[in-house]
Design a binder for this molecule. Structure first.
Ligand code: NAD
Length: 502
């Protein structure tokens, strides 16, 4: 059986003989490899290698660090087919979507290639007599990232792309469900000229996460995953004195005003609700048509569009989406559909009990449409994370703004309309972190920043862009006085009051 080893100090670490975790192929429902679950002793080896490598890397000028990033980008592009195939076989998303996963990560690496420019500090000449003030951004030292299963290429690159470019060493703890792509990325970084110990991969579950959160030499932790665990990671990491950003779950709404182009909305919605089997934190699992007429027209167009969706194995070029990640997750999604039914919602298209001919053991869930969902239903309040689209009907614009604004999650939201004023009002007032206007999945480009509000993110800074640079660096401000040395401006006088520049 293939083993996906830890990657420490520039090579495979095979010393662990502890617990192992099965890696499945969700298309077949079969174990295809195993991953060791590391412990505190293993993390200690990674931290030791990081401590040795980091000062030299931080002292390497930013242009040279950027060159390593350029070369890494070139190598990842060259390995794209292999990475996409590896990713699909462990995650289940279709190959084209896996390529997108890698590409969105590469966008952040491209951003990181501009690090010399982004790291320039601030300078004030003559802040006082003979006094200049300047600030510099310095790396934290050792950073760590803990990532979810659903974007095993993009999310690690969000984190390590920026963290390493600013001069940190980085320890990545990827999801134990699909760890091969993150592991391969670390190999490629070494091949690109990255020093040993600067990008390392430790596998594991809660035990490894706790070891990371408690380790005194790890200064910053970035987490992406479900909200309860994000909150736990945030609290434990902050209590240990670390800087922590922890992104959580989501329940994104798509508001459809009566004037929207409904054919375009249906095309956008089917992609955003069912793409990647709905296993995206920026999926659009709730649609809010405004007015009964809009709701009826939308439903009439959605039903045939959903019937036309093709569910297939991840190597099927014609498939719109593949299996979900585990047997437990398939069960969980089907349980949520049952809950919605019990709560009184209408199951318009039912994806439960779906099997794919020739792949009867794969974890497929058919596309599901649920109407007449109301805000008091648990199936509305909680994240389902599957190919399930819920219709929540709103009477008017005010009710449509209130729904996502009051929801416990606040990751993304979209509005579909031809009315510029309504869209502008909506964007300004809605209580959600990322807004799309006629854009169903408003994931910001790499040089802007990604992050939700409310229970979708704990901590103050977002991922990548200038926010990412802020997170992975600390600011030092220097106030320097160079008197003329002639004794003319009272340098020898003592002062016992707080100095001012007046
Ligand atoms: P998850 O919370 O199960 O796992 C995330 C990470 O936490 C993994 O590395 C896992 O090993 C670790 N972990 C699991 N249990 C733990 C525990 N008890 N203590 C400490 N660590 C633990 O999430 P997942 O199922 O891999 O990913 C899906 C979730 O991630 C969804 O809720 C989705 O919305 C969310 N997500 C959010 C964003 C965002 O940016 N807001 C992006 C992608 C995914």
């Amino acid at each position: 059986m293939r083993i996906v080893d830890h990657f420490i100090a520039g090579g495979a670490d095979t010393k662990s003989d502890g617990r192992m975790h099965d890696i499945f192929d969700p298309n077949q429902g079969e174990v295809q490899a195993r991953v060791p679950l590391g412990d505190a002793a293993l993390l200690e080896r990674a931290v030791a290698a990081a401590k040795e490598a980091q000062p030299g890397w931080a002292a390497t000028n930013p242009q040279r660090r950027a060159r390593v990033m350029f070369e890494f980008k070139r190598l990842v592009e060259g390995d794209m087919d292999n990475l996409a195939q590896m990713l699909s076989s462990e995650h289940g998303k279709v190959i084209a979507d896996s390529r997108g996963d890698v590409q969105r990560g590469l966008d952040v690496i491209e951003f990181a290639c501009g690090i010399p420019h982004a790291l320039k500090g601030e300078y004030t000449q003559g802040a006082g007599p003979g006094i200049d003030v300047y600030s510099m951004r310095q790396p934290l030292g050792i950073g760590a990232g803990i990532t979810p299963f659903n974007f095993p290429a993009m999310i690690p690159m969000w984190m390590f792309g920026v963290s390493i470019a600013v001069g940190n060493a980085f320890i990545l703890k990827p999801s134990e469900r699909d760890p091969s792509v993150p592991r391969r990325l670390a190999e490629l970084f070494l091949e690109a000229g990255g020093p040993e110990g600067i990008l390392q991969v430790v596998h594991g579950d809660k035990e490894m996460v706790d070891a990371i959160l408690d380790h005194p030499d790890i200064a910053g932790v970035s987490f992406v995953g479900s909200s309860d665990i994000a909150h736990y990671v945030y609290k434990r990491g902050v209590a240990a004195g670390k800087r922590v950003q922890a992104m959580g779950g989501a329940k994104n709404h798509g508001i459809v005003l009566p004037d929207a182009d409904l054919d375009q909305v249906v095309a956008d919605l089917t992609g955003a609700a069912f793409g990647s089997a709905g296993e995206r934190c920026m999926a659009l699992p709730v649609v809010v048509p405004v007015g009964e007429d809009t709701a009826e027209r939308l439903k009439d167009k959605l039903i045939p569009a959903i019937d036309a969706l093709r569910v297939g194995i991840s190597t099927d070029d014609e498939a719109h989406y593949g299996p979900v990640v585990t047997a437990e997750h398939k069960q969980r999604i089907e349980n949520w559909i049952a809950t919605a039914e019990r709560e009184g919602a209408d199951i318009v298209v039912d994806g439960r009990g779906f099997t794919l001919q020739g792949h009867e053991n794969g974890w497929f869930v058919g596309p599901t449409l649920i109407d007449n969902v109301t805000p008091d239903m648990e199936s509305y309040r909680e994240e389902i994370f599957g190919p399930v689209l819920q219709i929540v009907r709103a009477r008017d614009f005010e009710e449509a703004v209130a729904l996502p604004s009051k929801h416990q999650y606040g990751n993304g939201v979209a509005i579909f309309t031809r009315n510029g004023h309504a869209a502008r009002e909506f964007a300004a007032r809605v209580n959600v972190g990322m807004v799309g206007i006629n854009v169903p999945i408003p994931v910001p480009v790499a040089y802007h920043s990604f992050g939700g509000w409310k229970r979708s993110a704990f901590g103050d800074t977002n991922q990548h862009g200038m926010e990412g640079i802020k997170f992975w660096t600390k600011v030092k401000t220097v106030t320097a006085r160079w008197p003329d040395g002639l004794g003319g401006d009272g340098e020898l006088a003592n002062t016992f009051v707080i100095p001012t520049m007046g």
